[in-house]
Write a protein that binds this ligand. Structure first.
Ligand SMILES: Nc1ncnc2c1ncn2[C@@H]1O[C@H](COP(=O)(O)OP(=O)(O)OP(=O)(O)O)[C@@H](O)[C@H]1O
Ligand SMILES: [Zn+2]
Length: 825
């Protein structure tokens, strides 16, 4: 076939290689590298794939299928993105398809769910169409819209896309797809006091009216607490969903209040992208020290691509970032600002919006799919006057299509949330950002008060520039850190449940001074497990070898590994005794017990369970900022970068679990967590204090935290890392194999271990059973590969996968699963 064009495409699947399709002559003008196409795979399935390359080489060994349709009028994956995808797939040992799956918001992975609607094209007679087209038109008009999947009811799979293609060309149908523009405006419900309520007395009367409607009362209370002080002439409007979240009621309850003329409920169009605010350009002048840091960063960038800003908590790193961003924008460059935690975006966005207004977009998974697609397309569209210059986002933002990137800021670079654990690609956004910046000829600024050992090593050895900020802004003092021995407290009868008298007294004193408190417990739920006092039985997950965590509010036992849950057994399922007790403690229990000690205080909790939605965590952080919450109890979510000006006390309830964690990073992580959460105290005028409860008061790590001596930690850890062949000296790769059959798994491990050792020698450790050796019904065994940094990654990858494929390819080992984690955290 002369002049036949072929396209290699990436499918959103874990296929080891790219697939080649032929481009039919009539589509030859439309195809472009980086555009999406519809293709068929196997007999039935249709996928949207991304064109990786176009060429004239017919593949050997199989007949190509035709591309069915081209979905984009312009490429939506830019060359630099494709380059990054390739790098990620090579370095993190996964397929391009897996990268694609992580990289595109689901709205752009046009799937069988894409909606198709009819349009009216008067110039065309439906009568002139083919049979298939006619039946599709009939099908859609009977139900207003359809999806590709539904069309399989009337068409053979292979005909679906071509038929739709014809109808699209004839303009008889439209894809309800974002690329066609014209977004539906988003509506939101708002609530305010009903106009008939004009005094405190009216409020009280309303309350009495609700005596028999506890749920409505709750909702009303929630509104009132969010609208205080109440201005009866102009009552504050509150988003309905905030009330629903806070009072844990349904929309029905609020409707009831509307019917009773107590609250007014109305709908309003809100813009998803928030172009409606106007920046006052209120940029804070830098302090002298900050200015020096800023100037040094700029001069370091002349010779270095990456600079580490090591500044103590509260030194004003964020202010330095803001000035650098401003400089970038003046130069016409875009900035990507990465944060480790969604909850943190809520606070930082306010600080940035004040200065940069609508030039800034936010990107993370708690936003709707539409929002994410809008943001993605906004960046692609140069003709858009509202094109974002700054993106604030979490790790997945590295996959956005920047056209003119000048700077990537990686805030709190030490955080392990930058690393994706599951599924592949198991990438670390901090490390990827260095490669990404290189592709764009951009710079990277990493910032933190507690650098990762690897990063500090890079800075100390001259690979990265290093800039330090040793003092807090405005000479605010670093907090005093007290280490409190829980064992001694117990002996002296000064331990009340999980609180030492020392901590309780300090909380009481802070509350008396109207100051706020943060308490950190690195474990969510009520109790990590339940135990029968008679026979010692502990409820475990049916699918994982792990005890179930007790969640009191929902009265459920929950598996934190697979999500399995069961309701609380009233008696021991083993011996029947009714004496089941909880062991250990999580944030939920702290919250509950604290309320007993401080009945007047308003206490809330910030963890994965309370911050499920965007509005929920925004509400909690907002309430704490505005001092409607006195004590905030939380998991590591409360440790990172939050900035509150009235927090004078921070308590760490249990440092021991962190210190004892069986991992070579345990000390580093403990230092980081405790220093970071301590750093939330006393950030403004008043000096803060920190209380750390532990049974190892003499621990070296705690001493270093107290003395704020990061260098000591670094020197110490570096020696250990060197001695035991860990990063930064060696590159670790974890290979985990899984199988439902435990015996077979051990057999596979032996075979694989043998092969791996033949290649890598004693650089391979294992197989070893992980602490949790069964997850979701599969048994696990792990190997670790410790490789010298100097060995080429591509070669290692090839050798490793060859060994894995060889074993996996044996019929008797079918059902084995493998995951590879490069640079595990
Ligand atoms: N130049 C400045 N002008 C006005 N306020 C400042 C300035 N620098 C810092 N601040 C204020 O000091 C507080 C701490 O600053 P910031 O949050 O930027 O510190 P940070 O170094 O990012 O801290 P962390 O590492 O704890 O996140 C903030 O409330 C900030 O507004
Ligand atoms: Zn489980």
């Amino acid at each position: 076939m002369e002049g036949q064009l072929f396209a290699d495409v990436v499918l959103p699947l874990a296929l080891p290689r790219l697939l080649t399709y032929s481009v039919p002559a009539e589509l030859a003008d439309e195809v472009a590298v980086g555009a999406r196409v519809g293709v068929q795979l196997g007999k039935k399935k249709i996928y949207s794939a991304v064109i990786h390359s176009l060429h004239a080489n017919k593949p050997e060994g199989y007949d190509t299928k035709d591309i069915l349709m081209v979905l984009d009028k312009f490429p939506i994956i830019l060359p630099q993105q494709m380059e990054l995808w390739s790098w990620i797939s090579t370095y993190y040992m996964c397929t391009l398809g897996e990268v694609m799956k992580a990289a595109l918001p689901s709205g752009l992975k046009l799937e069988s769910e894409t909606k198709i609607t009819l349009t009216s094209n008067e110039e065309l007679e439906v009568e002139t169409l083919g049979e298939m087209e006619k039946s599709v038109i009939g099908f859609i008009s009977a139900r207003k819209s359809t999806t590709l999947a539904d069309l399989s009811e009337i068409l053979p799979a292979s005909r679906i896309l071509p038929t739709i293609r014809t109808l699209l060309d004839d303009k008889l149908v439209a894809l309800d797809e974002v690329l066609s523009g014209g977004f539906k405006p988003k509506r939101e419900y708002y609530v305010r006091l009903h106009p008939s309520i004009i005094s405190e007395d009216d409020v009280n009367t309303a309350f009495t009216k609700l005596d028999r409607a506890a749920v409505q009362q709750k909702a009303f209370l929630a509104y009132l607490s969010m609208a205080t002080p109440i201005d009866f002439a102009k009552p504050k409007e509150v988003e309905r969903k905030l009330i629903i979240d806070k009072a844990e009621v349904s929309a029905q309850a609020i409707k009831g209040l509307k019917e009773k003329n107590i609250l007014d409920v109305y709908e309003r169009v809100v813009t998803r992208l928030g172009f409606d605010d106007d920046p006052s350009k209120a940029i804070n002048p830098l302090s002298e020290g900050q200015q020096v840091a800023m100037d040094t960063i700029i001069s370091e960038f002349e010779t270095k691509d990456v600079v580490l800003l090591h500044g103590v908590t509260g030194s004003g790193k964020t202010e330095v970032y803001i000035h650098l961003i401003n400089k970038m924008l003046d130069e016409g460059k875009q900035v990507l600002y990465l944060l480790p935690e969604i909850a943190l975006t809520a606070q930082i966005i306010n600080r940035l919006k004040r200065v940069f207004g609508s030039k800034i977009g936010i990107f993370h998974s708690k936003f709707s799919n539409e929002h994410r697609v809008e943001t993605y397309l906004n960046l692609l569209d140069d003709t858009n006057e509202n094109q974002y210059q700054i993106i604030l986002g979490v790790r997945s933002s590295i996959f956005l299509p920047f056209k003119n990137l000048g700077l990537i800021i990686v805030d709190e670079e030490h955080e392990n949330t930058y690393k994706q654990y599951d599924p592949a690609p198991r990438y670390n956004a901090r490390d990827v950002s260095v490669v990404m910046a290189a592709h764009h000829s951009a710079k990277v600024l990493m910032g933190t008060a507690t650098p990762a050992i690897e990063t500090y090593f890079n800075a100390k050895t001259g690979k990265y520039g290093l800039v330090e900020l040793a003092n807090r802004y405005n000479d605010a003092a670093m907090p005093d850190i007290a280490i409190v021995d829980v064992r001694r407290a117990r002996k002296q009868k000064q331990l009340h449940s999980h609180f030492t008298s020392h901590l309780l007294d300090a909380v009481g004193a802070a509350l008396k001074r109207n100051e706020q408190v943060i308490l950190f417990q690195n474990r969510r739920g009520f109790a990590p497990f339940l135990e029968c006092e008679e026979c010692g039985w502990v409820p475990e997950c049916e699918h994982c070898n792990v005890s179930l965590t007790y969640h009191k509010r929902s009265n459920q036992l929950v598996c934190h590994y697979c999500g399995y849950s069961m309701s609380l057994p009233t008696t021991c399922l083993a011996c029947g005794s009714p004496s089941m007790t909880t062991k250990g403690f999580g944030t939920e229990k702290i919250e509950e017990e604290l309320q007993i000690f401080f009945p007047e205080a308003s206490i809330e909790r910030l963890d994965l369970d309370t911050a499920r939605s965007r509005s929920a965590y925004e509400r909690i952080i907002g309430d704490f900022e505005e001092r409607r919450i006195d004590i905030l109890v939380g998991t590591q979510m409360v440790t990172k970068g939050l900035d509150f000006d009235n927090v004078s006390l921070v308590g760490v309830l249990d440092a021991d679990t962190m210190l004892r964690f069986p991992d070579f990073r345990a000390y580093e992580r403990s230092y980081q967590l405790i220093s970071q959460v301590s750093g939330r105290a006393g950030r403004k005028e008043k000096k803060g204090s920190v209380i750390v409860q532990t049974s190892q008061p003499d621990s070296d790590v705690l001493r270093m935290v107290r003395q704020n001596d990061y260098n000591a930690l670094y020197e110490w850890q570096l020696v250990e890392r060197h001695q035991f062949l860990y990063p930064p000296f060696y590159r670790l790769t974890k290979i985990t194999i899984k199988h439902v059959d435990r015996k077979l798994l051990h057999e596979i491990a032996e075979v694989l271990g043998y092969r791996l050792r033949a290649i890598f020698g004693d650089r391979i450790l294992g197989p070893e059973e992980p602490a949790i050796n069964r997850i979701q019904n599969r048994y696990l065994l792990g190997f670790v590969l410790k490789m010298e940094r100097t060995k080429p990654v591509t070669k290692v990858k090839e050798l490793l996968w060859n060994a894995i494929y060889e074993v996996q390819g044996q019929p008797k080992y079918k059902g084995m699963m493998v995951s590879v984690d490069v640079d595990p955290m």
